[in-house]
Ligand binder design. Structure first.
Ligand SMILES: NC(=O)c1ccc[n+]([C@@H]2O[C@H](COP(=O)([O-])OP(=O)(O)OC[C@H]3O[C@@H](n4cnc5c(N)ncnc54)[C@H](O)[C@@H]3O)[C@@H](O)[C@H]2O)c1
Length: 260
């Protein structure tokens, strides 16, 4: 059976648990014929190595802290080690975010300290540029970068500084699209509704957002079903969107289109 990612080589950065959106993306990408590598950082790396075995085919696990310049500088070599000299990447998934839940989220907007805000912006927004740049020597025309946002056009309860970081991510994605278009590299985001993941559960008050989705999303919303999001990520990685870049595709049951 042929898949939409047959023959493509894809790096999914940001897989910790099997509840991670990155895990669902890696799984669907493999089911669609891709060769997948996954990455994570720090102490979570051990968990990622165990979780990798739950994918249809166990992928190589790379170490990548997106705030570590040495990791970024060595990433292309790490990828080549696994894919073979001369091999490139057809796709990169950025599924990474962090904001200190104790100081930045859950109603802490007015007191968020700058060092924590700076960390949130670096890990969650700036890193889309640094990860893309690190992978750029491996990418050519037709390659696709996909990141994950949570609609940053409005202010949400509880999301606070992560919302600001997502606004930065959305803008970063547009500037990357603008800068990399002439190399034939596409850069797009998927704006997902609330999904039960480690990152989401760490946000105090996240259940309020989940409740809003349950009652308002025209198509309904299942916060335990990552597959619609994974499918959109893979569609954007595939050749099915050859003239789309700088775009944000909502996978939110239609919530963003409703007023109340
Ligand atoms: N869960 C949701 O409701 C939801 C909704 C919309 C968008 N998103 C976004 O989806 C993406 C994936 O998050 P998730 O919900 O799957 O949670 P997750 O916790 O499973 O994934 C986040 C990943 O980021 C990694 N990470 C954090 N700091 C890092 C660093 N310095 N270097 C490298 N990796 C680092 C973590 O180790 C983890 O693997 C994030 O961008 C998140 O904001 C999530």
């Amino acid at each position: 059976m042929s898949g939409i990612l047959d023959g493509k080589r894809i790096l999914v950065a940001g897989v910790t648990m099997d509840s991670s959106i990155g895990f669902a993306a890696a799984k669907y990408a493999q089911e669609q014929g891709a060769t997948v590598l996954i990455s994570n950082f720090g102490r979570a790396l051990g968990i990622t190595r165990r979780i990798a075995k739950r994918l249809p085919s166990e992928p190589p696990v790379l170490e990548l802290d997106v705030t570590d310049d040495e990791h970024l500088a060595g990433l292309a070599d790490q990828v080549r080690e696994h894919l073979g000299e001369g091999a490139g990447l057809d796709g990169v998934v950025h599924s990474i975010a962090y904001g200190n839940p104790e100081t930045l989220l859950g109603g802490k907007f007015l007191t968020g300290p700058w060092p924590d805000v700076a960390q949130a912006l670096q890990v969650s927004a700036y890193s889309l540029m640094s990860l893309t740049q690190a992978c750029r020597p491996l990418m050519g025309p037709g390659a696709s970068v996909v990141g994950l946002t949570f609609d940053a056009t409005v202010a949400w309860p509880a999301y606070d500084w992560m919302g600001v970081a997502k606004a930065g991510l959305e803008s970063t994605s547009r500037y990357l699209a603008r800068n990399l278009g002439e190399e034939g590299i596409r850069v797009n985001l998927v704006s997902a509704g609330p999904l039960r993941t480690l990152a989401a559960k760490a946000i105090p008050g996240f259940s309020d957002l989940e409740d809003m989705w349950t009652t308002r999303a025209p198509l309904g919303w299942d916060n335990a079903d990552h597959e619609p999001t994974a499918k959109a990520i893979c569609a954007l990685l595939s050749d099915l969107f050859p003239a789309t870049t700088g775009e944000i595709v909502h996978v939110d049951g239609g919530f963003h289109a409703t007023g109340a």
